[in-house]
Design a protein around this ligand. Structure first.
Ligand SMILES: Nc1ncnc2c1ncn2[C@@H]1O[C@H](COP(=O)(O)OP(=O)(O)OP(=O)(O)O)[C@@H](O)[C@H]1O
Length: 617
């Protein structure tokens, strides 16, 4: 049976860049260039003023040198093409030829120095853009990730970061070509005023063609954006060692290969189609440019034949026209590329600004360092685009020293509730208070400084064992507390056996790395939370992959250290809830039962039913 075709993937919205480019004409682009250049210079200026000054100065020098080369060439042509013995004519031209050689040398050195400044600025510009984005993303409210537009905008902004690499080079190449073009125009105008309009006419078709080609490229880029992103994600899934057993054990390889090839073919088909359209545009503009250029040569010939310009001037004009044309092609090419890059940069800027606006900034209130009471008062929360609240009018009080278990079926709202209790998410309705301090108005950093969280999806940080335990803490050189936390979760022996103990890198893909089992990783995540000695400890399915001994050890430890904190455990293993002082049962976002294990297991409600099912084997 043939495989079913993968779904066509599209972006949730068209990017602002795309619309901006679609609407731009050649002259529209030109008008925007000064502002775009100013934006790039401003960014570069913040990074290294000296390099920007070198870059700018060298560009001016190389442009000036180009003008001198052309003007001196014209001077040398006069004797060279004049009358008299060859030796005399050459001798007369020597000073001008020396000027040509020196100016060409100065131009080359200036160009080299400008490239050096670009090479120094480029990586730092990229890092600055990247850091801004990473820092902004790490600070946004969790709810931002649930907005459908957010990930599209993030993709466009990522492209902006990558394009920073090219943008500076484009700006430099554009400026260099522009300066040379202006120099060539200047020399031509001096030679004969009629030369300038003729040359402008000759270059309009190629300029228009280049913009049209760039627009096709841009359109293809966006048409392929969503598919390219998904393909990139899929590439990781199908090639990573983490998922290799699943891919093989379920014989997924053939379908995944088909999927990957189909998606790649679709992307390629768009690019191939675009290449054909670009060729047509290219040929038409080349033909138009050829006709105009022939006209320009014709005018030059007419000026020469009618004696309006000398043969020497005419020869210089040929050199100047060729210089102008070559640089004009570069001007148009780099201008469109620059425009393209700065549009992506605009996406990046907008995203970073928006993300900063979405930063978790709620108020100046300080959360109590060790809350005696956490209270949820008629708290509701609905995820964007979901009609039913995930947590619905929940009222609950947790006290210091208490271990509370939260149970319920999949999707009943357990994880969402613990996120609300720890201020990771702010309630739509109702309030969560820590000793009366409303988390909606509290500085979230002061809240999270007191919490220890083992979420359902925790990271396998590709760092050393020590860093995996201490992550997020102020640095301490003392390994005692690290070993203590590892002991609490029964990992001391396992870590001692690792090749480099606490220094062992936990990442099998990297050189010298060692991977852990699923249960061991869970123990490390628990050790990380316990190491923090939090006053609010939240564990969301902390032992789902652990063996009986590990699970027993964790729950014993929780009970032993419960007095110093508020402890909340989300679990599906209902036997574990025996250690809890209180069990809260959720259904469709509401609390339907509360009590001790002994009460609930006989209460005839959902807990009793779920417990019976868990024992019915
Ligand atoms: N990021 C999200 N965006 C949209 N809806 C979500 C999101 N996360 C959870 N939900 C929905 O909210 C509801 C509650 O989810 P939650 O993760 O809190 O349930 P849970 O009780 O922890 O489930 P489980 O036992 O499977 O972990 C579910 O209907 C779920 O589909």
């Amino acid at each position: 049976m043939p495989f079913p075709e993968p779904k066509e993937i599209r972006n949730a919205r068209a990017s602002v860049s795309r619309t901006a480019f679609e609407g731009a004409s050649f002259f529209g682009l030109c008008a925007k260039i000064p502002a775009l250049l100013a934006q790039i210079w401003r960014m570069a200026w913040r990074i290294d003023r000296r390099d920007v000054v070198v870059l700018f100065g060298c560009q001016l020098a190389s442009g000036f040198a180009a003008a001198v080369v052309l003007a001196a060439t014209a001077q040398a042509m006069v004797p060279l093409l004049g009358a008299g013995p060859v030796a005399d004519r050459v001798g007369e031209a020597v000073p001008a030829l020396v000027v040509v050689a020196v100016a060409a040398g100065v131009g080359r050195v200036a160009y080299g120095l400008a490239s050096w400044a670009v090479a120094r600025l480029k990586p730092r510009l990229l890092t600055a853009a990247d850091l801004e984005m990473v820092e902004a993303l790490m600070a946004v409210e969790l709810v931002a990730f649930n907005q459908p537009r957010f990930s599209d905008e993030q993709d466009a902004a990522e492209t902006g970061v990558v394009r920073c690499d090219r943008m500076l080079y484009d700006a430099q190449a554009f400026m260099a070509a522009l300066i040379r073009l202006v120099a060539a125009f200047g020399v031509l105008t001096v030679l004969h005023p009629l030369m300038l309009p003729v040359l402008v006419l000759a270059v309009v078709p190629s300029g228009t063609g280049a913009v049209m080609e760039a627009r096709i490229e841009h359109r293809t880029h966006y048409a392929n954006a969503a598919g390219r992103n998904v393909k990139g994600m899929m590439r990781w899934h199908v090639t990573t060692s983490v998922l290799a057993p699943e891919v093989r054990g379920n014989r997924m390889r053939w379908y995944l290969a088909f999927w990957y090839r189909t998606l790649s073919d679709r992307l390629d088909a768009r690019s191939v189609g675009a290449a054909g359209r670009q060729l047509r545009v290219n040929l038409v503009s080349a033909a138009g440019g050829g006709v105009c250029l022939t006209g320009a040569w014709g005018v030059l010939l007419w000026l020469t034949l009618t004696g309006r310009v000398s043969l020497a001037v005419s020869a210089t004009a040929v050199v100047a026209v060729r210089t102008a044309l070559a640089n004009l092609t570069n001007v148009v090419h780099y201008c469109t590329s620059l425009f393209h890059s700065t549009l992506f940069l605009g996406d990046w800027k907008r995203f970073v600004d928006d993300a900063r606006g979405l930063e978790a900034r709620r108020g100046e209130l300080q959360a109590p360092p060790a809350p005696g009471t956490i209270r949820a008062d008629r708290v509701s929360y609905a995820y964007p685009g979901r009609p039913r609240p995930a947590v619905d009018e929940v009222t609950l009080t947790l006290r210091q020293g208490e271990v509370v278990a939260v149970v319920g079926e999949n999707g009943s709202g357990k994880s969402t509730l613990v996120q609300l209790l720890t201020g990771l998410t702010v309630a739509d309705k109702g309030s969560v208070t820590w000793d009366g301090v409303d988390l909606a108005g509290a500085d979230p950093d002061t809240v999270w400084a007191r919490t220890g969280l083992v979420p359902q999806n925790f990271a396998h940080w590709p760092l050393s064992v020590r860093e995996n335990v201490t992550l997020g803490q102020p640095h301490t050189l003392d390994d005692g507390p690290v070993w203590r936390a590892l002991e609490q979760v029964g990992m001391r022996e396992a870590v001692e056996e690792l090749p480099e103990g606490l220094d062992t890198l936990l990442a099998r893909e990297l050189w010298g790395g060692v991977d852990l089992s699923g249960g061991q990783w869970q123990r490390i995540a628990c050790a990380r939370a316990l190491y923090r000695r939090p006053s609010v400890l939240v564990l969301d399915e902390p032992t789902s992959e652990m063996d009986a001994r590990g699970e027993h050890q964790i729950f014993t430890e929780l009970k032993k250290t419960a007095a110093e904190r508020v402890t909340v455990v989300v679990t599906h293993r209902l036997d574990n809830t025996r250690i809890a002082d209180r069990i809260v049962v959720l259904e469709r976002g509401r609390i339907i039962e509360q009590g001790t294990f002994e009460t609930l297991v006989r209460a005839g409600g959902l807990f009793q039913e779920l417990y019976r099912l868990s024992q019915d084997r």
